[in-house]
Ligand binder design. Structure first.
Ligand SMILES: O=C(CO)COP(=O)(O)O
Length: 154
C-alpha cells in the first residue's frame, strides 16, 4: 500500500509529496533503545510491559552502554554499544543510516542538559533522513511497537 500526502511548499504551491510504503511481514527485526539518565527507569518499565513480545527470538535489541546495562539487569538480552556521551548515539545513527534498524526508541530527558547534544540531534536527524520510526516517549513507543511487532511472522 502506498500513501501519498500533498504538502504546501513555503511558496504556497502544492508540489511536495511524501510517500509512505507499508512494510511487508517480516521474519525478524532490530530495535535500538536509548534513554537519558532521568528516563532509564521509564525505559525498563516500558520494556517490561512488552516482555512477552520482546522474548520473541526474532526481535533483536541494541542499546547504548548504560541504558543497555539497565535493560540487561531487567532480564532482557541486548547488544550493548558505547555509552551515549562516548559515541553510542553515533553508533546507533550509523546503524539507522545503513537501514539496519526497524525502530529507534529514544527516551530523551527534555529537562536535563547533555554534553553530547550534537550527537542526540544527529541521531534524530538521521532517523528522519532514512524514515526510521523514532519514538521519544513511552506513549509513542507503545503505539509504534505494537504496530511493528504485529508485522512479525508468528
Ligand atoms: O546518553 C545517552 C543518549 O544520548 C544514553 O547513553 P547511555 O545509555 O550510555 O547512558
Amino acid at each position: 500500500m502506498l500513501i501519498r500526502i500533498k504538502q504546501k511548499s513555503s511558496s504556497g504551491n502544492l508540489q511536495n509529496f511524501i510517500t509512505f510504503a507499508s512494510k511487508p511481514i517480516k521474519d525478524e527485526m532490530k530495535i535500538a533503545l536509548i534513554a537519558h539518565d532521568g528516563k532509564k527507569a521509564d525505559m525498563v518499565h516500558f520494556l517490561s510491559g512488552f516482555r512477552e513480545q520482546l522474548n520473541h527470538s526474532d526481535i533483536e535489541l541494541v542499546a547504548t552502554g548504560t541504558t543497555g546495562s539497565h535493560i540487561e539487569k531487567a532480564g532482557f538480552k541486548v547488544q550493548r554499544l558505547l555509552s551515549g556521551p562516548l559515541g553510542g548515539d553515533a553508533q546507533i545513527a550509523s546503524m539507522a543510516a545503513q537501514k539496519e534498524l526497524d525502530m529507534v526508541i529514544f527516551f530523551r530527558d527534555p529537562l536535563d542538559k547533555h554534553p553530547h547534544e550534537p550527537d542526540v540531534q544527529m541521531l534524530m536527524r538521521i532517523c528522519d533522513v532514512h524514515n526510521i520510526p523514532l519514538a521519544t516517549n513511552p506513549a509513542a513507543a507503545g503505539l509504534m511497537f505494537q504496530q511493528l511487532t504485529s508485522r512479525l511472522k508468528s
